[in-house]
Write a protein that binds this ligand. Structure first.
Ligand SMILES: Nc1ncnc2c1ncn2[C@@H]1O[C@H](COP(=O)(O)OP(=O)(O)OP(=O)(O)O)[C@@H](O)[C@H]1O
Ligand SMILES: [Mg+2]
Length: 246
């Protein structure tokens, strides 16, 4: 059974039809590259899956059950995690504090309840180790490279038992070596059976790590096929409209 099923999803903002009648099915342990030109509707689509926007039309199902969300926290409760385009990390905090932001661990009870830093550092360390990331829990985020920041953002998604991780342009602003690291992080998620939707403008990244590619143009889905049966040339044509649809 598909972990996530979108049926005829649309979203309009006033007169703007950002997403138009899109149906997608996502399997566990699958990496799907979501591509399309600026304004094609990619971010709007994943924001609906992440509970940021409610679809104007259509239904979403997760493991067969209908998914109706009013707030992002509800998506998280369903095991849907999103890494935003701007990462949304707190520069002045440590890696561990960012991983646990908004879901800090406590010890003690009642008035004696305090933050359990020791456990948070330990758990964050375990996650970075599992991700094979060099990041240390006590490192300050403001001193980190773009790739390390990505590792922190991805570690956040691993705290909960995530089933679906949505990534909006994770490799847009980082160096070549760091891109390789981020792609490895995505493979780790996939190997844990997590389904990943990777929004990217970078053709090599999608052809490197994705099992399937979905192309959107002006709000519509114009292609949805196995990477092995497509090519960068075809996808470029679909993005620009030189190829209408496949
Ligand atoms: N909150 C909003 N209010 C009004 N219009 C919006 C809003 N969010 C997105 N749009 C519009 O919806 C369309 C799709 O935008 P979206 O951000 O989903 O595109 P995208 O594919 O993610 O583009 P990019 O590659 O530039 O990030 C655009 O025309 C955009 O201007
Ligand atoms: Mg976007």
């Amino acid at each position: 059974m598909a972990v996530l099923e979108l049926a005829n999803i649309s979203k309009h903002f006033g007169a703007i039809q950002a997403v138009n009648d899109v149906s997608i099915s996502l399997q566990a342990g699958e990496v799907v590259g979501l591509m399309g030109d600026n304004g094609a509707g990619k971010s709007t689509l994943v924001k609906m899956i992440a509970g940021n926007y409610r679809p104007s039309h259509g239904t979403m199902r997760m493991n067969g059950g209908e998914l109706v969300m009013h707030r992002p926290i509800e998506a998280r409760q369903h095991g849907i995690e999103i890494v935003y385009q701007d990462l949304a990390l707190c520069d002045n905090l440590t890696a561990a504090a960012n991983v646990f932001l908004g879901r800090e661990l406590h010890r003690g009870v009642g008035p004696l309840r305090v933050l359990d830093y020791k456990s948070m550092y330990r758990r964050a360390g375990e996650i970075f180790k599992e991700l094979k990331s060099e990041t240390r829990p006590r490192d300050l985020v403001k001193q980190m490279s773009g790739g390390q920041r990505q590792a922190v953002a991805i570690a956040r998604t691993m705290l909960s038992e995530a089933k679906i991780v949505l990534m909006d342009e994770p490799t847009a602003a980082i160096s070549v070596r760091q891109v390789a690291e981020v792609l490895n992080l995505i493979r780790h998620l996939r190997d844990r059976g997590i389904a990943v939707i990777l929004i990217s403008h970078r053709m090599p990244d999608v052809f490197d790590v994705a099992d399937r590619v979905i192309v959107m143009r002006r709000g519509r889905k114009v292609a949805d096929k196995a990477i092995a049966t497509s090519s960068p040339e075809e996808v470029t044509g679909l993005i620009t409209g030189a190829i209408e649809q496949v």
